[in-house]
Design a protein around this ligand. Sequence first.
Ligand code: ATP
Ligand code: MG
Ligand code: MG
Ligand code: MG
Length: 478
Amino acid sequence: METAEIARRFLAFFEKNGHTVVPSASLIAEDPTLLLVPAGMVPFKPYFLGQRTPPHATATSVQKCIRTKDIEEVGKTSRHATFFQMLGNFSFGDYFKERAIPLAWELVTTPVEEGGFGIDPERLWVTVYLDDDEAAEIWRDKVGVRPERIQRMGKEENYWDMGVPGPCGPCSEIFYDRGPEYGAEGGPEADENRYIEIWNLVFMQYERGEGSGKDYPILGELPKKNIDTGLGLERLAAVLQGVDNIYETDIIGRVLHRAAELTGTRYGDDEQQDVMLRVVADHVRSAVMLVGDGVRPGNEKAGYVLRRILRRSIRNLRLLSGTDASFLHELTEVSIDAMKDIYPDLLDKAQVIFGVIDTEEKNFADTLRSGTALFNRAAERTRAAGGSTFSGADAFQLHDTYGFPIDLTLEMAAEQGLQVDEDAFTELMTRQKETAKRDAKAKKLGNADISVYARLLDTSGATEFLGYTDHEGEARVL
Ligand code: ATP
Ligand code: MG
Ligand code: MG
Ligand code: MG
């Protein structure tokens, strides 16, 4: 089943079940505590927090998402993209677990001819939170899942909150068993590669108080309980298309295979190259979607996310082809073409997208030329002194002056058999941030410059959104 058809079916199913279909919001979050939207519930947050009255009691959407935090996983696991789409159904004080669980099961297991996804129930496992007997009973008694297929998971996996006092509650997740060739038996508890998480159902049930991490008091039941679910479109596509991972599905796969052709490599020949091809396919698509939603390459916030993604694609393409030939433009074209059925607006934006991506590629070529010279001098100095560790100060200068992401420096160092003093680098980054913070504070006290304050907030961690994922990965490079 094609990705576009999966999305269509999902919305049709929930619409038939009384939900209002809501179009995806932009990747650029309206929420000031976020850079980019990492989950389908984000546009509905004001309803969950009681800040706005929802115009409908239930909703369904296919939300565009970016998770920078997963960037290091891309290409290495079978299931992590930077850009992906989250299918979701939401209840704002309307139905709760007793309906959310059977609805999810029905959609996933109903035969394809009857409008569902036709997954064999024998392939499915579910998890619930440790003490969520209510959810376990619904799975067992109402849905009919065998008790040994229901596993209990702790707070890290199956408890949701927003990182601040407010709503929180247990989750329940659906996993697909890819079969014994992917790992040992034993359910999602035993192996997250064999048993791939496809759908997370969040039950917003309680109100939590102050605390750190997952350690906080439960103040009581919420007067109006909510449902928030997220089903990964690309993961379901991989399952329904019978491919090994999300990068080989109909949409991302087209970019992957074209990248292999252009760089003269063969997908499947060499694991290291395969990872690079998957990274390229993922990143090109993310860049297309980010630019399409108005993000422009820059040195901070979402602009830096885009820059990092583009620079990683370019670098991987160069490593794959062994030349500095430019393939990004053509891959951008393939990606737009693969996505246009779901996002027809990409066709109107195509010229802008090409312009932004081509310019960034040219800028990066200049950066690489000058930065590489500096890198080589520093590497030479390191070796001449009999060392094997590239200094944190040099890595910092490359970042600060030439915009070298630290992972680029790490990769280049590794190619020359050098380590990088990452601790010293992080220390210098932290110091720079603290200085910026102090300066901003002084300025703010002096003339109440709000824009500076906004920037300060952003670099000092207020961008963290803990509802689904934290942004540690970003903090490291921003
Ligand atoms: P995982 O444990 O596999 O990293 P997660 O628990 O972080 O996933 P959730 O935050 O529960 O994911 O998000 C809801 C759903 O969105 C997941 O069940 C999955 O199908 C999908 N999803 C999450 N992260 C990604 C990603 N990086 N790429 C593609 N799909 C994703
Ligand atoms: Mg998970
Ligand atoms: Mg999850
Ligand atoms: Mg995750």
